[in-house]
Design a protein around this ligand. Structure first.
Ligand code: SAM
Length: 227
């Protein structure tokens, strides 16, 4: 999708993807990654997700990436935080209370914009991107994540013929193809979420699954498929 598409979504407040209570798969599965509290977590395409605050409450330093200024402003306002804002190249860096958001186009990022990153949290980022963008996104992550980095990836799966997206359906096969060079992806859970997503039902979807993967360092024990 082009940037205008997402900026318009925020302008019109068409943000059905936003979860005011945060993501429950994050809350259930993040502890499995066994990250130290001081780990620095990258949250690409973060929107105004309250998951940023949830990660911060666990002690992590958090770095979001988001295109829309409206989304970033809303995040800090809704969290009652007063951010410091400074320019960094083509980006604006907003920061308060251990949470930073680099506002700009993720595809303009260079690893030096980010500093050291220990972990990745991707919910509705990969699936917001078209197939060619997904390839570029994963290549970018490979350049930006430190050795030994690990992550949690949350995707959606449905019959691609039932919708043009976004969100795009990303199969387990594609996840393994995209991430398999730099991680051992481990399937944690595949939940049927059609009943709680009336918009998908109205659009004629007959199946919808939310899938969580642990992205573990290559060769780490326990990379076998579960669930
Ligand atoms: C489907 S939303 C998911 C937001 C968030 N992860 C959540 O769980 O609520 C995708 C977000 O990515 C942002 N986005 C889209 N393309 C982007 C890009 N090229 N660079 C940075 N952010 C982008 C959009 O503005 C939007 O907020």
């Amino acid at each position: 999708m082009d940037n205008r598409f997402w900026l318009d979504k925020w302008e019109r407040n068409e943000i059905g993807f936003h979860e005011p209570q945060g993501n429950r798969l994050l809350q259930s599965w993040w502890p499995l990654l066994a990250l130290p509290a001081e780990a620095r977590v990258l949250v690409p395409l973060c929107g105004k997700s309250v998951d940023l605050r949830w990660l911060r409450r666990r002690g992590h330093r958090v770095l979001g990436i988001e295109l829309s200024e409206r989304a970033v402003q809303a995040f800090f306002a809704e969290q009652g935080l007063r951010p410091e804002v400074r320019r960094q190249g083509g980006f604006k860096r907003w920061s308060a209370d251990g949470i930073e958001i680099l506002q700009g186009d993720i595809f303009d990022l260079e690893p030096e914009h980010l500093g050291e990153i220990d972990a990745l949290y991707d919910r509705a980022a990969l699936i917001a991107l078209t197939a060619p963008q997904r390839q570029r996104y994963v290549e970018l992550l490979q350049r930006c994540l430190g050795p030994g980095a690990r992550g949690l990836l949350i995707t959606l799966e449905y019959q691609p013929a039932e919708s043009a997206g976004p969100p795009f359906s990303v199969s387990e096969g594609e996840v393994r193809l995209l991430f398999g060079r730099s991680f051992s992806p481990r399937t944690l859970v595949r939940e049927d979420v059609l009943a709680e997503n009336p918009k998908f039902r109205q659009r004629g979807h007959r199946s919808l699954h939310e899938v969580a993967y642990a992205l573990l360092p290559v060769g780490e024990a326990g990379s076998r498929k579960q669930g």
